[in-house]
Design a protein around this ligand. Structure first.
Ligand code: PEP
Ligand code: MN
Length: 338
């Protein structure tokens, strides 16, 4: 880390910082500039050490050199991680497509959705059984009944199942039925849930919190990884901004940004990212063009009558058409679909 001293720091302050750096088990390199002095401390990037040094007299700031996340970082593992669960592969040059309704609503609805998305080329089925709804009066999901219907849809179609888990105590139950545990945007910093998913044998898809920074996102992934679960995918689903023409604002730059910092695969969710069905296909194509490792798309057989997120859900026909263009874009950029 780099300790920057302020202009009025006395020589004694510099010496004290250098001594403290050594006492903390690091090596101090004092660099006297014309404007000010900095002390480069090599060794441990421990957060507690950083705070100790930041509170010393004459110190203006302390900047870490290494990323605060470790297991998620490229410094730890340079080659991209591909997560494979049954029919779904995400990463390593393969773009997986997770599609299905926002919520599981009935046997007929989930079966029809599963067949349609599979026919169009999706490699996994999504569908919420436990739904995090803004209003306590809105449909909360079919819970275990919904999980059973998802498992039945996997049985028939062979599609891996991705579904949300909202509390640590439900992790085992959801993992009994699902292949991938989805941690929702509202729970990205629910640390006990992250730890519980980190101890599960199921793979994890972590969605970005709607007001979270990239470092917070990667540190949340680090919670899961640090508990031993290596099968983690990140999902950009849009953030809150002042803009109101879309439900959220979808930053596709997240894909190349994260690819330069982590080996974990990045999935784009253009459904929540825009909230508007007509905007979803172009964002699917753009996500592939910037080398996203996966897509997560809401598809419903009857969007106007969906129990949740109808306005952003594609019909099976619109999804199939969008997937045809996905294949062409993928070929142009050297990605393999599915
Ligand atoms: C969802 O995938 O249906 C969902 C609730 O997503 P998010 O957590 O991104 O809002
Ligand atoms: Mn939804």
């Amino acid at each position: 880390m780099i300790v920057v001293l302020n202009r009025s720091a006395a020589p004694g302050d510099v010496d004290a910082v250098a001594d403290r750096v050594a006492a903390l088990g690091m090596t101090a390199h004092v660099i006297n500039g014309t404007e000010r002095t900095v002390v480069a401390a090599t060794g441990s990037e421990d957060e507690a050490n950083r705070e100790t040094l930041a509170s010393m007299r004459g110190v203006e700031s302390v900047m870490p050199i290494l990323a605060p996340y470790k297991v998620a970082s490229l410094e730890m593992k340079a080659e991209p991680t591909a997560v494979t669960v049954g029919s779904l592969t995400v990463g390593g040059g393969v773009c997986g497509v997770i599609a299905g309704p926002c919520s599981v609503e009935s046997e007929e609805q989930i079966m029809e959705s599963a067949r349609a998305v599979k026919a169009a080329g999706a490699t996994a089925l999504r569908g919420g059984a436990f739904k995090p709804r803004t209003s306590p009066y809105a449909f909360q999901g079919m819970k275990e009944e919904g999980l059973k219907l998802l498992a039945a849809a996997r049985e028939e179609t062979g599609l891996a199942v991705v579904t949300e888990v909202m509390t640590p105590t439900d992790v085992e139950l959801v993992a009994d039925y699902a292949d991938v545990l989805q941690i929702g945007a509202r729970n990205m910093q629910n640390y006990r849930l992250l730890e519980a998913c980190g101890e599960s044998p199921a793979a994890v898809m972590l969605k970005r919190g709607m007001a979270s920074t990239m470092d917070e996102f990667l540190l949340a992934a680090e919670y899961v990884l640090s508990r031993g679960n290596e099968r983690v995918m990140l999902c950009e689903r849009g953030v809150r901004t002042f803009e109101s023409h879309t439900r959220f604002t979808l930053p596709l730059a997240t894909v190349p940004y994260l690819h330069a910092r982590t080996h974990l695969p990045i999935v784009i969710d253009p459904s929540h990212g825009t909230g508007v069905a007509s905007l979803v296909p172009p964002m699917m194509h753009a996500a592939i063009a910037c080398l996203a490792d996966g897509l997560m798309v809401e598809v419903h057989p009857d969007p106007p009558n969906a129990a949740s997120d109808g306005p952003q859900s594609l019909t099976p026909e619109a999804f199939a058409e969008a997937m045809t263009t996905c294949g062409k874009v993928a070929e142009a950029v050297g990605l393999k679909m599915g």
